[in-house]
Design a protein around this ligand. Structure first.
Ligand SMILES: [Cu+2]
Length: 335
């Protein structure tokens, strides 16, 4: 039994709505994180040891009938509400750093130059491979005239999705997405198996909580190193952690943020970072957690399954449950 995980499905707090998440919590401000190396990235290989755990605490968690919502998740469109993400180029050489440039054009057709600062930045730029094996969270610089510039390396040949996450001045938060290509032959990797543990650079991050379609889901990520809880996480982008969730299959983009923020007098600097996330549908999601410790930003990654159906109930059997048996203790049912 995992009580906190179960509670997470019920205790609805700060619902972060899919697609407009950044707009909701934009009032960070007082905390200025120390400079960190921008451009951390992660490459993953499926890890056979991380199988989905089979706990079946979902029985009562009837996912809400949110299917009537028609809002489109973020990141699936390159143009929305009059704003369009326009890369100067969409094909780059794999493994080579490129000065990647793009604009966001506004309803008047001109590059947008006015942005609201959200989580310490005017624009967050996420680049993932379409097989969700590689992830980068970058912060482009303004090059003038509404042009954004960022040093970008696509790690290998393949198809990628770039997301610009921003809020234009006077507008609400938007995430626009565009495809990028790194030329060459490639073999897509399988989605890593669902799991609750991620290791990166000697840190172990565990995931507690379940994603429930159409409902606010509490996720708790716990950071440790060498078996010891890390209690001195550093603020990064106004929070102790930054979580991006992408739906496998179409890369719908969900930007979630922690419950509490550094300096609010109640949010500890680890080892646990709590998030509220709302996903729109059943299915697999990739979660990427950026956290900062000892001056470096690292990314832990997970595959999480939303709205996993409970294991089929044991077939009703006419036999009494306590059948005397000589066959020993086999048949213990696994919930
Ligand atoms: Cu960012």
């Amino acid at each position: 039994m995992n009580t906190p995980a179960k509670l997470g499905a019920y205790v609805l707090g700060l619902a972060v709505i899919f697609g407009g998440a950044l707009g909701a919590g934009s009032a960070v401000g007082s905390v200025s994180p120390p400079p960190a190396a921008d451009g951390h990235q992660v490459h993953t290989t499926p890890s056979p040891g991380q199988a989905a755990d089979g706990h079946g605490a979902h029985t009562e968690t009837a996912p809400s009938q949110a299917a009537t919502k028609t809002s489109i998740p973020g990141g699936l469109q390159m143009s929305q509400d009059g704003y369009t993400l326009t890369p100067e180029t969409t094909t780059v050489k794999p493994g080579e750093a490129t000065d990647f440039r793009f604009t966001v054009t506004g309803p008047d057709g001109r590059p947008v130059t006015g942005y609201q600062v959200q989580h310490d930045k005017k624009l967050h730029f996420i680049v993932v491979s379409r097989d969700l094996g590689s992830f980068q969270h970058l912060h482009p610089e303004e090059a003038g005239g509404g042009v954004w510039s960022v040093k970008l390396t696509l790690p290998g040949a393949g198809a990628y999705r770039a997301f610009a996450d921003f809020a234009p001045e006077g507008g609400t938060g938007l995430t626009l997405g565009a495809d990028l290509h790194a030329e060459g032959d490639y073999t897509p990797k399988a989605l890593p198996a669902a799991g609750r543990t991620s290791t990166v650079d000697g840190y172990t991050v565990t995931l507690d909580g379940d994603l429930t379609p159409g409902a606010s889901s509490k996720l708790t990520l716990k950071v440790s190193r060498d078996g010891k809880p890390v209690t001195d996480l550093q603020p990064y982008l106004g929070a102790y952690g930054h979580l991006v969730a992408l739906r496998a299959g179409d890369l719908a983009y969900l930007h979630v943020h922690p419950d509490g923020e550094p300096g609010d007098g109640k949010t500890p600097a680890g080892p646990e970072i709590t998030f509220y996330a709302e996903v729109p549908s059943r299915g697999d999601y990739r979660l990427f957690l950026d956290f900062q410790h000892e001056g470096a930003v690292r990314t832990a990654d997970f595959t999480a399954r939303a709205g996993e159906l409970p294991a089929p109930a044991a077939t009703p059997s006419p036999e009494p449950t306590a059948t005397p048996s000589t066959s020993g203790s086999h048949g213990t049912h696994n919930h």
